[in-house]
Design a protein around this ligand. Structure first.
Ligand code: BTN
Length: 268
């Protein structure tokens, strides 16, 4: 098992809570240190992006929130989501490869800005989601909560939720996987990515993320659902701030900081 040097001290675990991100935010307000981790076996009010709920049944999956106190400008904070996505994917690949899944790398794809998807026989299915929330102090970033939900071992998902788990990818005969081990592996990947991001800046994050985010590669025809409606056009890729650039049919280039991407007519 990897050892952690930056994150996980303290690490608070709840058998059940509303949302690990709410717990972590309260700890942030109470002055707990950079790197504090909150996990739970179950969440009664797991939250996703855009006010959605996050399916959080007991035991099988990872619900983790990390408290960070980064020396970053608020405008750079969304890039932490891309860093976290790279860490989640790296941990998932470690697990799938060590379990002997052939061509593991080809089975996973990052979806801008915050999802890890898997290619399955019934299409793309969500394995993990990231919710990054910032608390400001005046115009300065006081702390950030990176909330990560990963379907590690669960085999059941609500009707209509296009999700799968790492265990399901390995085959339903696979015994339950250790959620705690997965959390440690994820954090061990996130530590060096985080350190490199704060010391070297963002351009390598964008390059690394773009390499694995095939769905938003330049030239793809996309529909992006945003708070102000759906935008359709051709992707120009991700810019240096982590925003998705879309050239609409009238030639206007939209710069999107968040949204739900779908490809052609298919919903992802
Ligand atoms: C999304 O895909 O919309 C993001 C989902 C993030 C879910 C995680 S689970 C741990 C943390 N606690 C929450 O309430 N949400 C995040």
């Amino acid at each position: 098992m990897p050892t952690l040097s930056l994150f996980g001290s303290p690490w608070l675990h709840h058998p059940r809570c509303g949302s690990t991100s709410d717990e972590a935010r309260a700890l942030g307000r109470a002055g707990k240190p950079h790197g504090t981790v909150v996990t739970a076996d179950e969440q009664s009010n797991g939250r996703g992006r855009q006010g959605r709920s996050w399916f959080s049944p007991p035991g099988d999956n990872l619900y983790l929130s990390l408290l960070l106190r980064p020396q970053l400008q608020p405008r750079d904070v969304p890039l932490l989501t891309l860093c976290a996505g790279l860490a989640v994917e790296a941990a998932a690949l470690d697990l799938l490869r060590s379990a002997g899944l052939p061509a593991s790398e080809d089975r996973l794809v990052l979806k801008w800005p915050n999802d890890l998807l898997a290619k399955t026989s019934v299409g793309l299915r969500k394995v993990a989601g990231i919710l990054t929330e910032m608390t400001l102090s005046g115009s300065r970033c006081d702390f950030v909560i990176v909330g990560v939900g990963v379907n590690v071992s669960g085999l059941q998902f609500p009707d209509g939720v296009p999700a799968t788990s790492l265990r399901q990818l390995l085959g339903p005969q696979t015994p339950p996987l250790s959620v705690h081990d997965f959390a440690v592996t994820l954090l061990s990947h996130f530590e060096p990515l985080y350190q490199r991001f704060v010391s070297d800046g963002s351009s390598w994050v964008i390059d690394a993320f773009s390499t694995r985010a095939h769905l938003t590669a330049a030239g793809q025809r996309l529909h992006v659902q945003t708070a102000s409606g759906t935008i359709s056009g051709d992707s120009l890729g991700i810019d240096r701030d982590g925003a998705l650039l879309i050239r609409r049919d009238d030639g206007y280039v939209e710069r999107l900081l968040s949204g739900d991407v779908s490809l052609g007519t298919a919903s992802l």
